[in-house]
Ligand binder design. Structure first.
Ligand SMILES: *[C@@H]1O[C@H](CO)[C@@H](O)[C@H](O)[C@H]1NC(C)=O
Ligand SMILES: *[C@@H]1O[C@H](CO)[C@@H](O)[C@H](O)[C@H]1NC(C)=O
Ligand SMILES: *[C@@H]1O[C@H](CO)[C@@H](O)[C@H](O)[C@H]1NC(C)=O
Ligand SMILES: *[C@@H]1O[C@H](CO)[C@@H](O)[C@H](O)[C@H]1NC(C)=O
Length: 459
């Protein structure tokens, strides 16, 4: 009893499939709704890690998660064995997708993954310690990953030709033990979300070219429990709640026209996710700060981005940091809390005797980010703002970003870098097609956490 309109719909589906298949990359036969990767927190480095299966035969590859990273890179110098590895020949479609301007004509003495003749290259970067390698060959290999419908785990799917860059072993310095590369989720055509979406064309609406480039990140606060990274636009179930696009508050993702990567070419925009912070409030009262720093200037300085690698805690321009600490301390003291000696890297530490716990962490003043075009502020409660450094002492988990960075230290390139601690147990949806960030604020207030995603397959 199919009405004629459905036939039109079906031919349209077929047509869309044909378009998707014409992508130079994968042609997997099964179309998952979404894909999932578990995200763990390394207890010693506090880095967020994930793991993919890659190569033929498949091996698990542990990766540090790099939200603003440009692409997947892995160490090909040591232990990379695969019969399905293919280098990207200079001038190929892959090389132009990567906007690669370099070509290795001959790599001697003998070819191996990461060292082939006539192969284009990129410069992979370890964004934790800001170190780059000049010669990262671009290539592709099989990747296998678990699918999901948003609630329960589904089939394992294979992407035959997943693009990545070969890094060097020395680039792994500073990354957690066992890590072999970095999972770049950034804002460009060759990042992991873009490649998965190209491989499977996750449909959002029934539009021809509007492939939903969309992923969600939910970092767990505990090293003992997995958080999750979900590629594709589905409703996400964190037991017992379901989050769909309607559940989020949105704010535009802002493009920084100047690359924030340590090596970059002129005219290349940043792959980092910037949002428009308009003001910072403590218990709903805006703190004084230099608003000029909150917008991105022509040289690409200023603004606010989210990072999983820069530092596990939010790093701020010294002037913003000083104001936050001053106002926060005042507010704490007015509630009878005593400031105690600093514990590095934090400055504002407090005697936590008498600070009681709530569902959303220690009961301390709420720090809120007022965001561009967003009706609701992003509220950070105690679980996201405070860090217990030792028994009886709790510090404001923000750091001075002035100590680090390119020009002399006082002036960090990005005024506010929101770190992992501040987004843990928050569900964040990065919608690249609509160029917006959806955020849930703390899931703890909704009686769930980022580790309540169902990874347990019955199969
Ligand atoms: C790579 O190029 C070198 C130098 O031209 C050549 O000697 C070698 O045979 C080439 N290797 C392969 C696998 O084509
Ligand atoms: C998790 O997913 C599996 C596989 O679909 C299902 O059998 C199981 O009931 C789910 N668990 C929960 C708690 O929903
Ligand atoms: C605000 O920051 C901008 C950019 O760093 C700087 O040029 C300006 O002097 C600052 N204004 C004040 C009042 O400190
Ligand atoms: C915190 O305050 C309590 C009660 O006033 C006191 O006994 C304790 O020594 C203080 N702790 C620190 C670290 O100052």
């Amino acid at each position: 009893m199919a009405p004629p309109a459905n036939n039109l719909l079906i031919s349209c589906i077929l047509f869309c499939c044909l378009i998707a298949v014409s992508e130079a990359e994968a042609q997997p036969s099964f179309r998952p709704k979404a894909l999932i990767l578990p995200v763990t927190k390394d207890p010693s480095t506090l880095q967020y890690l994930t793991q993919i299966n890659q190569r033929t035969p498949l091996v698990p590859v542990k990766l540090a998660l790099d939200l603003g990273g440009q692409y997947l890179w892995v160490d090909c110098e040591q232990g990379y064995v695969s019969s399905s590895y293919k280098p990207a020949p200079c001038g190929s479609a892959q090389c132009s997708l990567a906007n690669s301007k370099s070509c290795t004509i001959a790599c001697l003495p003998s070819p191996r993954p990461g060292c082939n003749n006539n192969t284009c290259g990129l410069m992979p970067e370890n964004t934790v310690v800001t170190r780059t390698s000049p010669s990262g060959q671009f290539g592709q290999d099989v990747v296998s990953i678990q699918s999901t419908d948003g609630s329960n785990p589904g089939k394992i799917v294979k992407v035959p030709n997943f693009l990545f860059t070969c890094g060097a072993t020395f680039l792994l310095d500073g990354l957690a033990k066992g890590v072999k590369g970095m999972a770049g989720l950034g804002r460009n055509k060759i990042s992991m979300p873009s490649r998965f979406s190209a491989a499977f064309s996750f449909h959002r609406k029934f539009a021809f070219s509007n492939v939903a480039k969309n992923f969600a990140l939910c970092l767990s606060s505990s090293p003992n429990n997995n958080g999750v990274l979900i590629f594709g636009d589905v409703s996400y179930k964190f037991f017992p709640n379901i989050y769909s696009s309607d559940s989020f508050t949105f704010t535009p993702l802002i493009l920084n026209p100047v690359s924030t990567s340590s090596i970059h070419r002129d005219g290349e925009p940043s792959a980092d996710y910037f949002i428009g912070v308009k003001s910072i409030k403590i218990d709903d009262k805006a703190i004084p700060l230099n608003k000029t720093l909150l917008s991105i200037n022509k040289q690409g300085y200023g603004g606010t981005k989210i990072s999983t690698t820069y530092f596990p805690y939010t790093a701020m321009h010294t002037s913003i940091y000083d104001s936050l600490i001053k106002e926060f301390t005042k507010r704490m003291q007015s509630q009878g809390v005593k400031r105690v000696e600093s514990v590095a890297p934090f400055e504002a530490c407090f005697n936590s005797t008498g600070i009681f716990g709530t569902r959303v962490g220690p009961s301390v003043p709420v720090i809120s980010l007022a965001l561009k075009d967003s009706k609701v502020d992003w509220n950070m409660f105690g679980s996201n703002s405070m860090v217990e450094v030792k028994k009886g002492v709790m510090c404001l988990g923000f750091v001075d970003g002035g100590w680090r960075f390119v020009d002399g230290g006082v002036n960090p390139r990005t005024a506010i870098v929101i770190g992992g601690h501040q987004v843990e147990d928050n569900l964040l949806q990065f919608d690249l097609a609509a160029s917006r960030l959806g955020f849930s604020s703390s899931l703890l207030s909704r009686q769930t956490t980022c580790s309540n995603f169902n990874f347990t397959s019955t199969a």
